[in-house]
Design a protein around this ligand. Sequence first.
Ligand code: SF4
Length: 122
Amino acid sequence: MSDEDREVLCVRCPKGCRLKLFIDENIVVKGQECKLGVDYGKKEARHPEREVPTTVKIKNARWPRLPVRSKKSVPLAKIDEVMEELRGLKVEAPVKKGEVIVQNVADTSVDIIAERDMEREV
Ligand code: SF4
């Protein structure tokens, strides 16, 4: 047992196995029902990442906020920086679903994209 040992939920499939991570020089994962859980547990132990679904302000559209998400997961340690960058952002309609809203958000090499179309309405 080390101080870093912990439990995490595998989110690679809906089954949601509860993984036990034994973290030392090596990482031992237990509680998984398939190999994906081992990969997930090892990544969670050393380099946890999360996808970022959120909204940003949009001008000249029917709704005041546009749903967006990160195209890939970003390092968990960078989430606050990502949210801070998006908090100050204001995009302008029209926007197409999948359009890149921010390139390389918070220097993560990950883009933020629109989750839906939003027409211009003035
Ligand atoms: S360990 Fe395998 S079966 Fe269990 S939640 Fe992860 S992907 Fe699904």
